[in-house]
Design a protein around this ligand. Structure first.
Ligand SMILES: Nc1ncnc2c1ncn2[C@@H]1O[C@H](COP(=O)(O)OP(=O)(O)O)[C@@H](O)[C@H]1O
Ligand SMILES: CC(C)(COP(=O)(O)O)[C@@H](O)C(=O)NCCC(=O)O
Length: 339
């Protein structure tokens, strides 16, 4: 296959928010990333077969995500092919290291993919599609997906710590539990439990867990997965969640678009999930649309946008791959780390 050439000329793009103007993805000769338009990226698909049907895709996509099979062809098949070469290379390296150390065991180590990005940017859809595509490789690997919301502290604890308005910020997660989970997975432990979160009750589920049993590939999705922590002065060791990743992806979009998607989703949820009397947000289905949208604006501005600016967007340069979406949710640009 002849490789498509990357975009070499900086693209002139309009960024509405002041924040994005400072952080825009701008191809430059010294960037650690190689930039591709969606069309250039699509050529890397080569002969990777399209294994998803329209019905399956419908099931995988989130509420307000218009993703179609064309987008799977353009973006996700190339990504699946790239990841297959990373997984093969990592398995070879792992086997060589065992030979070097004269270790005689057949235990496998899962390949871990981290998926980061703002609330409402579409991480869930990307993660579910990747999970399906990777599981359909000819080698039929076992692929599991874990979301980090299960590792949030329960609401009772967040209330005690006065962190309810900081849900999703680094301090709202039990990072120790997430790190322990990842070390067990990497060590090849069997039947590791991951806690689960309910968007309906807006809380961690009580005594309900997902069992992760030695997958070949584990996808770990969450807004916080590329965050680094301050180093303590007492010399205590502080591993980062991303230390466990073999590959990481950041889903990116202009802040103004993510804001609109959050609001659009809130409107849709008012007509669907919030109608359920069990929903934490049920009261927002019962008030007028203008009042409900004002509340959604506040949640976006005071929690999710703040978190995006302070904790999430600053982690973008740590990703191996960045998928930059346009207004219509479709990926317009792909940046792959070359260094
Ligand atoms: N209040 C809610 N009620 C029901 N589902 C929700 C609610 N908020 C978010 N979701 C769903 O939870 C999933 C994760 O959402 P989010 O954390 O914003 O990440 P992303 O939009 O990047 O996937 C999405 O599928 C979304 O549709
Ligand atoms: C649960 C979330 C923090 C996302 O968690 P993640 O799976 O990314 O760890 C987010 O969906 C959320 O609830 N944010 C708080 C503000 C809000 O209600 O939108």
């Amino acid at each position: 296959m002849t490789s498509p050439s990357p975009c070499s000329v900086p693209t002139t793009r309009r960024f509405d928010s002041e924040r994005d103007t400072m952080n825009q993805l701008r191809p430059d000769p010294f960037s650690p990333y190689q930039f591709y338009t969606a069309e250039q990226w699509a050529e890397f698909r080569a002969d990777t077969p399209q294994t998803l049907s329209a019905e399956e895709l419908q099931r995988l996509r989130s509420l307000n995500d218009p993703i179609d099979l064309g987008e799977v062809r353009r973006i996700y098949l190339s990504l699946s092919r790239l990841l297959s070469s990373y997984v093969e290379a990592s398995q070879r390296l792992y086997a060589q290291r065992k030979r070097f150390l004269d270790i005689d065991d057949t235990q496998k180590t899962p390949f871990i993919i981290g998926i980061a990005g703002s609330v409402a940017v579409g991480k869930s859809t990307t993660s579910r599609i990747l999970k399906e595509l990777l599981a359909r490789w000819p080698s039929s690997p076992k692929v599991d997906l874990v979301t980090t919301d299960g590792f949030l502290y329960p609401n009772a604890t967040l209330r005690d710590k006065e962190l309810m308005a900081r849900k999703g910020f680094p301090e709202s997660y039990d990072i120790g539990a997430l790190l322990r989970f990842l070390s067990w997975i990497k060590a090849g432990a069997r039947n590791v439990r991951a806690p689960l979160y309910s968007h309906l009750t807006y809380d961690v589920r009580d005594s309900e867990y997902q069992i992760v049993d030695r997958p070949d590939i584990l996808i770990v999705e969450g807004i916080n997965v590329l965050q680094v922590r301050d180093l303590p002065e007492d010399g205590k060791m502080v591993p980062f969640v991303s230390d466990f990743f073999d590959f990481s992806i950041y889903i990116d979009a202009e802040e103004a678009h993510i804001h609109d998607w959050y609001l659009e989703r809130f409107k849709l949820l008012r007509q669907t999930a919030f109608q359920n009397a069990e929903s934490f947000f049920h009261r927002y289905a019962q008030i007028g649309e203008a009042a409900a949208l004002e509340i959604a604006e506040g949640l976006w501005r005071d929690i999710n946008r703040r978190n995006l600016r302070e904790n999430i967007l600053p982690t973008r340069p740590r990703a191996d791959l960045i998928l930059r979406k346009g207004r219509d949710h479709l990926v317009e640009q792909v940046a792959l780390r070359k260094l």
